[in-house]
Design a protein around this ligand. Structure first.
Ligand code: NAD
Length: 436
């Protein structure tokens, strides 16, 4: 893998050439590894995923036609514990994308100090094109293809983009059916993000929103900001699981939602958009388009809305050199994975706009997934209050550790977060050594 610097990603025309997702994430890793002088051997191990699994399988659609699907599961590293990471359904899913997301999971688990390694998976397709019964058959057949690679102590999937608790139920059920009868009951922690009725954890559905909330609040305290959340303003891109939970939870703390954008368009209301009403509208209409409590604006204008907080919570590479200079905000919190291109990230640093990175801000998802796994292993059900208390401690305490590593001019917040993750992983390799 070549070493890339943010400004290398410009063609002669001045047009930004986006690196591949894995290249972008690898460049972040390399920056931290350089900065901390990471051992060359450990750097080589962490530079590539341990396993890359590609499956192709057929499903008969409702029409009777047969369609082939391509599915991926990348297991990046498991020195800390079983592989762990979401499953996304999206046309953009590719081996490169899943490799990048799997690596991000390794860093995330290390940052919140949970005994999991990083993995990610996905299907390259648009779930909106399929009926519910087709989606069930696709999910079951995909799980069947992965049966020998996943498991409660091996690799544990969870929801991500366009997947949810229902998809996790089908995955769990399919995996269990493939196990010996006497062991089936002890297998429900093969996936997390399940409905509470079948072993899911309270709070998993709002977990990323909670980590966004705790990160922002702790960051404001540490940075000596005179502002509190109450009275601030925000804009959110993406109003699915992550975006809506962030909007609702920050809204409850008095942050006014001024603008929202999703795959159906963008809306703006200077007087404020009610997050709960918008979440319910999006759930019943499949998108925010037509929401009566705000004006429709162009996607271009969405990025220009002046706010205190901007939360990208949709896809990768959404803030690029094409829109970074129109952004007018005080703090960016990455709800989505890798929403900022490397060059735009460098520009934000120059402009003095701080970014709380994905590997901390959205780690609430995997952190509460770990709580779910622990509850399943011990046949327990934790109260929501306990889940929130444990998560809050984890996010705030690890954010403080990261903050202490920031060195203005040399170690930015993202690099500091990587350094914390890499220090923890390197210390385990040092103790365990390399087999044989
Ligand atoms: P989701 O499917 O629930 O919601 C995705 C949102 O993005 C939707 O509002 C959709 O309209 C919007 N979107 C899609 N394409 C868009 C486009 N081109 N322009 C603008 N908006 C667009 O997904 P999610 O679970 O909320 O995941 C969002 C991000 O958060 C992803 O990067 C995911 O990897 C990350 N993440 C999710 C979890 C989790 O537990 N769900 C955990 C950590 C990180």
């Amino acid at each position: 893998m070549s070493q890339t610097r943010p400004m290398d990603h410009f063609a002669g025309s001045g047009q930004e050439v986006l690196p591949s997702f894995f290249e972008a994430v690898h460049a972040q890793f390399s920056r931290a590894a350089d900065s901390m002088g990471l051992d060359a051997g450990i750097r080589a191990i962490l530079g590539e995923p341990a396993n890359e699994i590609v499956v192709h399988f057929p499903v008969v659609l409702d029409s009777g036609a047969l369609r082939m699907f391509a599915g991926y599961r990348v297991q990046h590293n498991n020195v800390l514990g079983p592989f762990k990471g979401g499953i996304r359904y999206h046309p953009s899913v590719s081996l490169d994308e899943v490799k990048a997301l799997a690596a991000l999971m390794t860093w995330k688990c290390a940052i919140v100090n949970i005994p999991f390694g990083g993995a990610k998976g996905g299907l390259s397709m648009d779930p909106a094109e399929f009926t519910l019964s087709e989606l069930q058959r696709i999910t079951r057949r995909f799980t069947y293809s992965l049966q020998n690679f996943i498991g409660p102590e091996r690799d544990i999937p969870a929801p991500d983009l366009n997947t949810n608790a229902q998809i996790m139920s089908w995955m769990m059920d399919t995996y269990m059916i493939g196990c010996d009868v006497e062991n089936r009951g002890a297998m429900k922690h093969v996936v997390t993000g399940k409905p509470v009725e079948i072993g899911g954890s309270h709070g998993r559905d709002i977990a990323v929103g909670l980590s966004v909330l705790y990160s922002v609040d702790e960051y404001l305290k540490l940075s000596g900001s005179k502002r509190s959340l109450n009275g601030m303003t925000m804009a959110i891109q993406g109003f699915g699981n992550v975006g809506s939970a962030s909007g609702v939870l920050l809204g409850e703390k008095g942050v006014k939602l001024l603008a929202v954008s999703d795959h159906t368009g963008s809306i703006h209301n200077p007087k404020g958009i009610p997050p709960v009403e918008l979440r319910d509208y999006v759930r019943s209409h499949g998108g925010l388009s037509g929401f009566p409590g705000a004006d429709a604006v162009s996607n271009e204008d969405f990025w220009k809305v002046k706010t205190d907080l901007l939360i990208p919570a949709a896809l990768e590479s959404q803030i690029t050199m094409a829109n970074v200079d129109s952004i007018d905000t005080q703090l960016i919190v990455e709800g989505a994975n890798n929403p900022i291109s490397p060059a735009a990230d460098a520009r934000l640093l120059d402009r003095g706009i701080p970014v709380i990175p994905d590997i901390l801000a959205n780690a609430g998802g995997v952190n509460v997934s770990y709580f779910e796994w622990v509850q399943n292993k011990n046949s327990q059900t934790w109260r929501l209050e306990k889940v929130m208390e444990e998560l809050e401690f984890s996010i705030r305490s690890n954010l403080r550790l990261i903050y202490r590593k920031v060195r203005p001019g040399s170690v930015d917040f993202r690099t500091a977060a990587y350094i914390l993750a890499l220090e923890r992983i390197a210390s385990i390799y040092k103790l365990r050594g390399i087999f044989p």
